[in-house]
Design a binder for this molecule. Structure first.
Ligand code: UDP
Ligand code: MG
Length: 332
């Protein structure tokens, strides 16, 4: 995507956020008033409510509003990637549609960028408004992630950040579909700066991150950036073998030097269960990585765009591509 000089892009993934979108756009436009050139790019992640209609109205009413609409729900991370791939700004800021990421913090992020930082990320301060469940799961997730990978992602880091065009272009070069952005951004380096903020309460509606989606994100985060869990199974294997050797020695000792009767049933059952369990764990871990490889080698498009604010252009592109019978993701 070609970038425009001095332009700032705000990208917002939205899944069933119809009540939030108009308020969000107004708050953002208010904050962005002092800036000469900016765009608000909203990615509708296959919403089933009226989001798409609302977005069309907003993009008609305000030239700074653009949108992309996925053909189905591809998930928050995919929506963000589509945002990065279609943003035209020299700095790209992403934030949630529910106004939990205060738009009023945007000028601070931009100031830091102008000071020369290429990644300005935010860290959510422990906040009692957040549910106990969210706080605890997030804390444990990051501590596990730090242990199994070499990434230093802080507790409470979320996808509310500013990236310089250089970093966005780098991220856009990543070929893998299953990309954990927080990890990727920590991994690429560049000059990074941290800003603390207090999250607000969700403006309207309920959280769109179900427990299942959170688990998926956690598994993706861990397996995208680390193969250490595979070594864990090797370690377990060694542990088991050591145990078996010692146990074997003990059994042999008993056989040769004591009169202990053959009462091996308990031992056998316990050992079989233990080895069986460990083997299942190891096969499971290998299976997870094999499954990831399988998904990646297929090289499917990471997401599919169904509608955009620049629909006239894309319609012709779609037709041309259908005739050639190749897949094409209309970029704008
Ligand atoms: N979101 C999305 N696709 C999804 C789930 C969520 O685009 O499948 C968006 C959602 O609309 C919001 C952001 O991701 O803008 C964060 O989601 P949410 O506020 O529900 O998560 P929470 O703040 O509860 O962690
Ligand atoms: Mg939220």
């Amino acid at each position: 995507m070609k970038s425009y000089q001095g332009m700032i892009s705000l990208i917002v993934p939205a899944f069933n956020e119809e009540e939030n979108l108009p308020v969000l756009v107004h708050r953002l436009m208010n904050v962005m008033k002092p800036y000469e050139s900016y765009e608000i790019l909203i990615i509708d992640d296959g919403s089933s409510d009226q989001s798409r209609y609302v977005l069309r109205q907003l993009s008609k009413a305000y030239s700074v509003v653009r949108f992309l609409s996925f053909s189905r729900n591809f998930g928050h991370q995919m929506a963000l990637r589509a945002g990065y791939q279609n943003a035209r700004g020299e700095a790209v800021i992403c934030l949630d549609a529910d106004l939990q990421h205060p738009p009023e913090l945007i000028p601070t992020l931009i100031d830091k960028w102008r000071e020369g930082y290429e990644v300005v990320y935010t860290v959510r301060q422990a906040d009692p408004k957040l549910s106990w469940f969210k706080r605890t799961t997030s804390k444990y997730f990051y501590s596990v992630l730090r242990k199994v990978s070499n990434l230093q992602i802080e507790d409470g880091a979320a996808d509310f950040r500013l990236l310089d065009r250089k970093v966005v272009d780098t991220i856009n070069q990543f070929k893998e579909n299953d990309l954990f952005l927080r990890g990727a951004i920590s991994w690429v380096g560049f000059r990074q700066c941290r800003v603390l903020y207090e999250p607000a309460a969700r403006y309207a509606g309920r959280s769109k991150y179900s427990f299942r989606k959170m688990l998926k994100l956690a598994a993706m985060g861990i397996t995208s950036f680390s193969t250490r869990p595979l070594y864990l199974s090797v370690l377990l294997g060694f542990g088991m073998s050591l145990f078996a050797t010692l146990f074997g020695a003990e059994v042999l000792y008993e056989y040769f030097f004591t009169n202990a009767t053959v009462s091996g049933w308990t031992t056998l059952v316990v050992l079989m269960a233990l080895i069986g369990g460990v083997q299942f764990i190891m096969i499971g871990i290998i299976g997870v990585y094999l499954g990831k490889t399988f998904v990646e080698v297929k090289q499917r498009p990471a997401y599919i765009i169904n509608d955009t604010s620049e629909i006239e252009e894309t319609e012709t592109i779609w037709q041309a591509q259908i005739e050639e019978n190749v897949y094409y993701s209309p970029s704008m």
